[in-house]
Design a protein around this ligand. Structure first.
Ligand code: SF4
Ligand code: ZN
Length: 300
């Protein structure tokens, strides 16, 4: 197959756009879509110290590579935060990859671990308990990243969430009927103590983040976390992949449809002031934050 923009062989076929792209036009397309997401949402301003959450997996590695390139020449400092949740046989390898890519790009990196922040690895937290590991992992990871971003003096945190992640979260919240959580996807008021988060890859399909790493000569870890299959997300992912195969463009239209609904009624979430957790002082909606609530449930 030939590239839709030149005579070179295509390395990717975007069924949702109808385009076939060669290596250089794929890179150009990828970076221009990330730039456009950042421009239209005004994600990064000059003078910022942007902390990129880098796990060493394909999404966050693609994000770091892309931001390093497209922000070159701008007055934006990139730093990296890597979280060690403590998942045996999985996280050690991705941390090695994260260290390699940050040192190759000359980017300051800090590691924060569940063991240091909460006293236990994720494996220990969930062992023998009837709990969903991803719920605990997600909540504790968010808090750990926020704490480290503040320690590093970051003005924003960029995460590697891609189109597939965004669509899965939207559909999961629809399926659970959790509209409040769904609306938290919208940009919210700047809150004291909460470093704003941005998702520059939210319109890029997952397959393309892996390809972007490869064409940049980086073979990021793509093994799946051993807990991933235990979550509702895994079923929603398979369902959305099936739909995308049958009806190309379904993922984009799900995200765009949500954006249109959310714009008609931004809801109270975009306006409320967060409180401080009565235990740890981190910003939260209720009297204590979700992480402290989960620590209580785990009796840690
Ligand atoms: Fe954490 Fe679940 Fe992701 Fe594994 S799959 S890293 S447990 S959120
Ligand atoms: Zn707390």
């Amino acid at each position: 197959m030939i590239c839709s923009k030149c005579c070179e062989p295509a390395i990717v076929s975007q069924r949702y756009s109808g385009k076939h792209l060669c290596q250089s036009h794929f890179v150009e397309d990828f970076e221009s879509r990330v730039k456009e997401t950042m421009r239209k949402n005004d994600l990064v301003k000059d003078g910022e110290r942007l902390a990129v959450a880098v796990s060493g997996g394909k999404d966050s590695t693609a994000l770091l590579l892309c931001l390093h390139k497209i922000l070159d020449g701008r007055d934006v400092e990139l730093v990296a935060i890597t979280v060690d949740e403590g998942i045996a046989g999985y996280r050690d390898d991705t941390i090695t990859s994260a260290r390699a890519i940050t040192s190759c790009l000359g980017i300051e990196q800090e590691l924060v671990s569940f063991r240091d922040e909460y006293g236990y690895d994720l494996d220990e937290m969930v062992q023998g308990k009837e709990v969903a590991p991803c719920t605990f992992c997600g909540v504790f990871r968010k808090k750990a990243i926020n704490l480290m971003a503040k320690r590093m003096g970051a003005t924003k945190v960029a995460t590697g969430h891609n189109l597939d992640d965004e669509v899965q979260s939207i559909v999961m919240n629809y399926l659970k009927g959790d509209i409040e959580r769904l609306m938290r996807f919208r940009p919210r008021k700047v809150q004291p103590g909460l470093v704003p988060r941005i998702k520059p890859l939210r319109e890029i399909p997952e397959k393309e983040t892996a390809l972007y790493c490869m064409v940049n000569g980086v073979f990021a870890e793509s093994r799946e976390c051993p807990y991933a299959s235990l979550s509702l997300r895994a079923d929603v992912r398979d369902m959305m992949n099936d739909l995308e195969r049958l009806f190309p463009g379904t993922k984009q239209s799900t995200l765009q449809g949500f954006e249109r609904i959310a714009k008609t009624d931004p809801g109270k979430w975009t306006k409320i002031d967060l409180a401080s957790c009565g235990i740890c002082g981190e910003p939260c909606v209720k009297e204590i934050c979700k992480a402290c609530e989960l620590c209580k449930r785990l009796k840690i």
